[in-house]
Design a binder for this molecule. Structure first.
Ligand SMILES: NC(=O)c1ccc[n+]([C@@H]2O[C@H](COP(=O)([O-])OP(=O)(O)OC[C@H]3O[C@@H](n4cnc5c(N)ncnc54)[C@H](OP(=O)(O)O)[C@@H]3O)[C@@H](O)[C@H]2O)c1
Length: 263
């Protein structure tokens, strides 16, 4: 039986591009997301094009019971996961207290809790079996607080810090942990977050998901701890360390306000 890469949020954007880049290298895949039609055709297409085994599972990862079901099924199947890619996530824009709480809670369930639980369950199996690799998808925004996208920025700070810490803990068990921190990437993310991305379209900051995936797959081979695609994004990620916190908050808040339909 082949060993699989399990990719969450593989039905579009960065997750789909990572699935393609890995399949191209002969990696067997288990794709997870909510949209059955999309996953079905992606799985079929990747298997046909690259001759690899591609399975898919429908799961709303923000629903703890569905996530339990997925983990139970994986355990029963005996399929071995050699690479876990925690990519599924979304953002929301606007003043935190004016947002619909159920949507904010869903974001924490998906971006934070589901990711932590998958790291715990699958990372635990990897540690017991003596090897494996985990890639968590955070963001450059994980390096700073983000007024008017507060919960999203905070969720990505969690992903960044959890990943770095797990890298140290799991190293002695032969499990490698990396964290991907993309900058603006041309996907459905902005539309789903009610962010006006047309202003970013002409910007040199905007990358394609395929570019991000290519850089990521190469960096994974080198077991890089923090993967930030593109020098502009690296500058955006590291500059908050040099600037005073009030300035970082102010710049992030202004940048968010300029792309959000705020009153
Ligand atoms: N685009 C950017 O500028 C950018 C920048 C930095 C970081 N990121 C991060 O990159 C990751 C991928 O986002 P993207 O830009 O590729 O956006 P995207 O195209 O909207 O992809 C999001 C993926 O997550 C899946 N998903 C959403 N909710 C889910 C749920 N409850 N359960 C299971 N799967 C779910 C979606 O599939 P279904 O709808 O089929 O469930 C989709 O496959 C996210 O973590 C995002 O925060 C994006």
């Amino acid at each position: 039986m082949p060993r699989y890469a399990l990719i969450t949020g593989a039905s579009s954007g960065i997750g789909l591009a990572l699935a393609e880049a890995l399949a191209r290298r002969g990696q067997a895949l288990i794709l997870v997301a909510r949209q059955r039609d999309a996953l079905e055709s992606i799985a079929y297409e990747l298997a046909q094009r690259f001759g690899v085994d591609v399975l898919f599972r429908i799961c709303d990862l923000s629903e703890p019971l569905q996530l339990s079901g997925l983990l139970h099924e994986l355990e029963q199947s005996g399929r071995q996961i050699e690479l876990l890619v925690n990519n599924a996530g979304f953002g929301s824009g606007g003043a935190f207290v004016e947002q619909d709480w159920s949507r904010e809670q869903e974001m924490i369930e998906l971006n934070v809790l589901a990711l932590a639980r998958l790291c715990h369950a699958i990372g635990g199996q990897m540690a017991r079996s003596g090897g494996g690799q985990i890639l968590n998808v955070a963001s450059v925004v994980g390096f700073m607080p983000g007024p008017w996208m507060s919960n999203y920025y905070a969720s990505k700070a969690y992903v960044l810090h959890l990943s770095e810490a797990l890298r140290c803990e799991l190293k002695r068990h032969g499990v490698k942990v990396s964290v991907l921190c993309p900058g603006p990437t041309r996907t459905a993310f902005f539309r789903n977050a009610s962010v006006e991305a047309t202003r970013l379209d002409g910007s040199k900051l905007m990358m394609s998901p395929e570019e991000v995936a290519l850089i990521t797959v190469k960096a994974l081979r080198r077991n890089k701890a923090i993967i930030i695609p593109g020098w502009r994004n690296r500058l955006m990620a590291w500059s908050p360390r040099l600037a005073p916190r009030w300035l970082v908050r102010w710049i992030a808040g202004r940048a968010n306000r300029s792309v959000l339909p705020l009153r």
